[in-house]
Ligand binder design. Sequence first.
Ligand code: GLN
Length: 406
Amino acid sequence: MAGPGEGRPRLTRKLAGFGTTIFTEMTLLAAEAGAVNLAQGFPDFDGPELVKRAACRAVEAGQGQYAPSPGAPALRRAVARARARAAGPDYDPEACVTVGCGATEMVFAALLALCDPGDEVVLFEPYYDSYRAAVALAGATARVVRLAPPHFGFDPAALAAAFGEKTRAVVLNTPHNPTGKVFSRAELEAVAALCRRHDAVCVADEVYEHLVYEGEHLPISALPGMAERTITVSSMSKTFSLTGWRVGWALAPPDLSAALRCVHQFATFAAPTPLQLACAEALEQGEGEIARLRDTLRARRDRLARALADVGLEPYPVAGAYFICAGFGRYPFADDVDFCRFLTREVGVAAIPPSAFCEGKRPVDYARFVFCKRDETLRAAAERLARLPERARSRGAQGGPKPPGE
Ligand code: GLN
């Protein structure tokens, strides 16, 4: 007889090979190496005072019990109003807004609600890792469309080929993690046309909607025929620098909202009540805070891009979100994992290898760095990055891998 743990693997086959997320892995490696963590995308500064005070007030007022499963009414109203001010269709807070534990839960609930085994979900690669796990847990199959550096555009023919009879949904993330790309109107129209043609749902992860530095964010739900087939997801995390609060939401027509709520009620039931109430206040009063954050992050993006370029890395253009991808093709590294490990351990700056966001962990020749950090953190990172040329040379001299063609 097999002893405990010796028989079937404990983890469902659906997640075999997924392992620990790259964020946890690189953050642990950064701590071990004493490196500046430009790997995991979270601000190392706190959210606005006005939001924190609202949460304290809600706790003290005794808001300690479950909110209604679809969300505290005050937050659902604030989400619908904020959306109506920005763009896109009008949403009825009762039937069309659902609050959950972060955008991650909302995307997860959407894909679990929509998919049956055998269904297909179209993803743009590199993709945020949790999408891929949700597709796997839903028993669906991922069809990936590559975004290629330096501009991370896609081939419209490849996108059309990824859609077919079995397509149930496409996950669209704009502004995009990990590349900082903001999808153009023409790109969104191509996605929308395929959704309409194949009767597919668009799960639009727009958590970086307010962090756009060039051009503008266009919600795909505002395109013709898309309001009725889009689940738009956003959250507090990036807009108010509160990634640990885990408050996110989904906007969708009543039939899609009902499907998503069915999963949400069994997954987490409801998000924390006092934090939902504080988020409602933030959305009603926080426009100034959002604009300040955007300006600060734009300057930090430029600062990090300069530091990367100064040491011979090639920062690709970034229109939004928290991230810069930079090519390391001038250095002698085997692949992105090799580069990121070396950079963390030997140079003292941690970055994410984007192969973690690609099918079969396909290697790439660029790495992802975050700039949602304090100026002093970015300054420390720049000082350490300055060691890269010398350290890479001495590694090369010790017989490390050579660049292709050498
Ligand atoms: N969204 C963050 C990033 O992309 C990290 C999220 C996480 O650690 N799960 O870096």
